[in-house]
Design a protein around this ligand. Structure first.
Ligand code: NDP
Length: 280
């Protein structure tokens, strides 16, 4: 490994946008080490083999390791392997996520068990995994959280972003917000509680809010960003989406490549189409 190579870890890289991001980086970023991860080892290895075949020159730079962000027991073996092989992580792209079945249906109301799973994966576990690897993030490393503007214009979601931006916001409030939402999902009284019927919307707002707050605990030239990829043709986005999956990786690549000086003022912010959104 060239000592100047950046180590870029992508969660949920066996398909969809995670896979497309690995492909884009292999195409455009010859100096980087790309680490694809997935919760299903067989699917992950197949995806890795596919890209290795497509990019034969990537033999030294394309790697795979199993990682389920909801299974804490997979964190240790993953990080030990990273430390032994590369010593550090330069960029962590938290791409892995789930959404509700029939999420786009107008009658959708997330069942309690799904709310636990969706917020559990997209926010609670993603945060837990990130905090676990943070001590191994390079001093100029980046955390890029793949979020969404789905529900961005909904009143309760707008109110949440306002709350995250408040300088008096306390980190314990993240837990209060999702616990209150779990109670609402249990009672199914979304309207009365004034919250969306989609746990996915809440999970992504929490993720972007936490990313914004995360900048305060980063050191040196470390940075964190949220990205909305746009509505993309993947298993999650469906084939009705307006963008090809590969287009959904452009902003993430843009942020990976931005130098620290250019990004200093935008640390913690939310990006779409390579531009900062007015979220905070
Ligand atoms: P896909 O459903 O196609 O892929 C999601 C990936 O996440 C899969 O590899 C899946 O693995 C993985 N994953 C799910 N749970 C876990 C877990 N516990 N541990 C590790 N990996 C897991 O979705 P997309 O590619 O469309 O989505 C990628 C990201 O982009 C997500 O964060 C999504 O919320 C976001 N996004 C997508 C949009 C779109 O239009 N597609 C729009 C806005 C945001 P497995 O194959 O095993 O299920």
């Amino acid at each position: 490994m060239n000592s100047k190579s950046r180590v870029i870890v992508i969660t949920g890289a066996n398909k969809g946008l995670g896979f497309e991001l690995a492909k884009r980086l292999l195409k455009n970023s010859s100096k980087s080490i790309i680490v694809m991860t997935s919760r299903n080892e067989t699917l992950g290895k197949e995806a890795h083999a596919k890209l290795a075949e497509q990019f034969p020159a990537s033999r030294e730079s394309l790697h795979y390791h199993v990682l389920d962000v909801t299974k804490r027991e997979t964190y240790g073996p993953f990080l030990d392997w990273i430390k032994e092989k590369f010593g550090k992580i330069d960029v962590l792209v938290n791409n892995a996520a789930i959404c509700g079945v029939n999420e786009l249906s107008p009658d959708y109301k997330v069942p309690h068990s799904d709310a636990l799973k969706i917020i559990g994966t997209n926010f609670i576990s993603t945060k837990e995994f990130t905090e676990y690897v943070l001590p191994s993030l390079a001093s100029d490393g980046k955390i890029i959280n793949i979020s969404s503007t789905y529900g961005f214009d909904d009143k309760p979601i707008k109110a949440l972003y306002k709350r995250f931006a408040d300088p008096n916001f306390q980190s314990k409030e993240f837990e209060e917000i999702y616990n209150a939402y779990f109670e609402t999902a249990k009672k199914q009284n979304f309207e009365e509680a004034g919250v969306p019927t989609s746990a996915y919307k809440i999970s992504k707002a929490l993720l972007s809010g936490w990313t914004y707050r995360l900048k305060d605990s980063l050191t040196g030239e470390q940075q964190a960003f949220s990205v909305c990829p746009g509505w993309c043709k993947t298993d999650m986005g469906s084939q009705n989406a307006t963008l090809e999956a590969e287009e959904g990786t452009i902003t993430t690549e843009y942020l990976i490549n931005q130098p620290y000086k250019a990004n200093k003022e935008t640390n913690g912010k939310f990006f779409k189409d390579c531009k900062e959104l007015e979220a905070f």
